[in-house]
Design a protein around this ligand. Structure first.
Ligand code: ATP
Length: 279
């Protein structure tokens, strides 16, 4: 298999709205790919079509070698899915829930290890209904990975996570990626996409407006840098394509530059530019 996900000319027409308007996408096996875009851009619709949960209007779609509209249970068992909203039996404990889901898969991970990986060991005996919002989200993630998926769909997985839980989740995703899991991540957190994704695609109004590595998206790496420093005359700000040269000149003779920073546009700056008039 040369691609994990291949999409050509995908369209989804709802009765009164064209949600996906001719979308092309290729995700390589083992890649972490992030879909970014404003509310209503068509991300969830696209992902649901890839998961086989929604019918497309037109276009060609192959996921792990099969058309999701035709594929059966064996194919589904190779996927892990963390939906935007999930509901679980509130009376079951975390451990019971994770063990129960493990039974659906031919080669599941060890439930206790998965519970540990998502940081819920201390809550393993707690009922789902007694968990906080962020803890329930961690259960969703646990259920997404329990079946040892080849391809993992994560739709806004860290909504409601505290900062420590997000960092822990990032480590988990990096570990899964290192094991070869292909991951399609939808997120509104640009730092998350930057930390995790090999490539990102920005969707606006059902179309991809840019796709690249987080470092290069929208010409980011080649954009001018802003150099800031202070001296006895006050604060200075200069924009330059050659910040190393400027800083070398300014610091000639070992002169220390107070408050020196060199910045390029953040992924968020580039993203906001890209969706600008298309949102
Ligand atoms: N079942 C549906 N029937 C009609 N229109 C729908 C349906 N589902 C989604 N839409 C519309 O399609 C568009 C794309 O929705 P979608 O949920 O794919 O966006 P999204 O990019 O995932 O947004 P968000 O970031 O808010 O999750 C929206 O305008 C939405 O109102």
């Amino acid at each position: 298999m040369t691609t994990a996900v291949s999409v050509r000319g995908l369209r989804k027409q709802y009765p009164d709205h064209l949600a996906v308007a001719g979308l092309d996408l290729e995700i390589a096996p083992g890649e972490v790919f992030s879909l970014l875009g404003p509310n209503g851009a068509g991300k969830t619709t696209t992902v649901e079509i890839l998961e086989g949960h929604r019918r497309r209007t037109a276009g060609e779609v192959t996921v792990l070698g099969e058309d999701p509209a035709q594929a059966g249970r064996a194919w589904r068992a190779r996927l892990g899915i963390v939906l935007q909203t999930a509901t679980h039996a509130a009376e079951l404990s975390v451990a019971e829930t994770v063990r129960h889901f493990a039974k659906y898969y031919p080669n599941p991970r060890d439930p206790d290890e998965v519970i540990e990986k998502v940081g819920l060991t201390e809550k393993a005996g707690a009922r789902i209904k007694a968990l906080s919002g962020g803890q329930r989200r961690r259960v969703d993630v646990a259920l997404g990975i329990i079946g040892r998926p080849e391809l993992l769909f994560l739709d806004e997985p860290t909504t409601g996570f505290d900062p420590e839980a997000r960092r822990q989740f990032w480590t988990l995703i990096s570990d899964l990626a290192a094991e070869g899991t292909t991951i399609l991540l939808t997120t509104h957190y640009l730092d998350e996409a930057e930390a995790l994704a090999d490539r990102v695609a920005v969707i606006a109004r059902g179309e991809i407006v840019a796709q690249d590595t987080p470092q290069n998206l929208g010409g980011r790496a080649a954009a001018e840098a802003t150099v800031r420093w202070t001296d006895e005359r006050g604060e200075h700000v200069e924009r330059t394509a050659y910040p190393t040269k400027l800083v070398t000149e300014l610091s000639a003779g070992g002169r220390e530059l107070g408050g020196l920073t060199v910045t390029r546009p953040s992924l968020e700056d580039i993203y906001l530019d890209l969706i600008g008039d298309k949102a």
